[in-house]
Design a protein around this ligand. Sequence first.
Ligand SMILES: Nc1ncnc2c1ncn2[C@@H]1O[C@H](COP(=O)(O)OP(=O)(O)O)[C@@H](O)[C@H]1O
Ligand SMILES: O=C(CO)[C@@H](O)[C@@H](O)COP(=O)(O)O
Length: 564
Amino acid sequence: MVKYTIGVDYGTQSGRAVLVEVGTGKEVATAVKEYTHGVMDEFLPDGKTKLGIDWALQHPADYLEVLQCTIPEVLKKANVSPDHVIGLGIDFTACTVLPIDCNGTPLCMTAEFSSNPHSYVKLWKHHAAQEEANRLNEIAEKRGEIFLQRYGGKISSEWMFPKLWQILNEAPEIYQAADQMVEAADWVIYQLTGELKRNSCTAGYKAIWHKQDGYPSREFFKALDPRLENVVEEKLSSTIVPIGSKAGEITEKAAKLTGLCAGTAVAVANVDAHVSLPAVGITEPGKLLMIMGTSTCHILLGDEEKVVPGMCGVVEDGVIPGFMGYEAGQSCVGDHFEWFTENCVPSSYYEEANQLGISIHQLLTDKASTLQVGESGLLALDWWNGNRSTLVDADLTGVLLGATLLTKPEEIYRALIEATAFGTKMIVETFRKYGVPINEVYACGGIAEKNAFMMQIYSDVLNMDVKISASSQTPALGSAMFGAVAAGIERGGYESISAAAKDMGGVKEAIYQPIKENVEVYDQLYKEYARLYDYFGRGENNVMKVLKQIKSRSSQSNKGETVC
Ligand SMILES: Nc1ncnc2c1ncn2[C@@H]1O[C@H](COP(=O)(O)OP(=O)(O)O)[C@@H](O)[C@H]1O
Ligand SMILES: O=C(CO)[C@@H](O)[C@@H](O)COP(=O)(O)O
């Protein structure tokens, strides 16, 4: 009898489920659910409570809706009975964190706190804790905290402790009322199995947890703020469980929600980027995977723990047990293009796209692909949502250089694509410079799937072959594979994620290869990009931060509305 496993991938805008055949990795059915509340970056669901600059929230009810809609849909589409499904795995954006009470209820879903913005899920790209991150980094550096090295020298404002500290500073009542602060990934597993177990991947990459040393010391937290001295015991106390293990089984309640059988094995939660590595078949060092969507994450295995400036983190067993897992990232990739299409493209382009029956992205890509490398005279810095690696600074902003009265939308679109490719090259060069080899490059995610022209640019800029994941739902496939590992051999699954990767992961046959003439021009453009990167990013010209301060002051004095 054929067995199946399900993976659910929680992205920035939607959640997707895929039903996969165990053994072959064949994706039998997929279903997507856009989040009902989307990303809340201006107002709470009441439409009145205004959010501050750089806020980004989600609503946890949307996560349950994903389970409720997509799992029955894939079972129905594939005509598969739930008792043929042996396991379930999920992956999530991270650090995406929420306060819950002692029953596991999110504080934003209680009458008392539903109009308090700090009670909601702080999405990975919530960047309003930069001040806390700056203070944390200063204090950690002064105290010579060695954990800083494992995070490239800086803790990002996207990660757990800056976000918790922001809650404590701005809404101490929420901090007090929270029984636990949890990654959304772990909260969903809690809803499925009835047990709160924290996964070692988010704990390691996002919450400064180390397999041997645990969390930073009480003294460190006390030095940040005396109220944080016992943050670990008070707010993060539940068990940390290694990825690749079983979290529990579907409860009766979760069976009603999902249509799965009670008792189905559920894997410990994982992160969307990290879970993708085995799904493209990577189980060894030297192979960099770019997970390209709203943002890009770069995941790489290594044999040794090296200190690489500006990486997001190196975590033992963080991706595949037995290896060091490295992460780096760019906070703004697809978001960059979305912003551009929503704000800077004339209606005539939309009309043309409509007439041709293609998306605006496709139209701009088609037009951009007729240009020669360097023809537009434009160069951009890809910091529309800050810089995650290698500068770790959410206060950096975008730059477009070289525009004239003749500049066309497709030229800017292309410059934005190139900027993201240059940003990736900077990351690749930094890893290599600090002793972490990168010999091959792979890509997956929405963009790797949808935009061939962009992938060719990456190959040209990196001057390397780029291989593409065989799956169009790579994170979900990776999660499904972890689901099969949670089920174990006795239920028809796998003993390890490496064994599952051999059978179920892989890449497409077609490979993007660098085009020599393009490589030469891109080398010149990259030199200029690297100069701008240092100039604006390493303190030579702090104009971006000055502008941000002025913006913040002006917007606060502008209105009488509640601004959080
Ligand atoms: N053809 C395209 N080329 C480049 N970017 C695209 C294209 N189509 C959509 N995008 C961008 O891809 C992003 C969504 O990526 P996807 O991988 O589907 O989701 P997520 O990041 O939520 O997992 C959006 O930011 C969107 O602007
Ligand atoms: O930061 C991480 C993983 O560490 C991602 O979850 C985050 O960049 C969001 O990913 P997406 O762009 O939504 O795929």
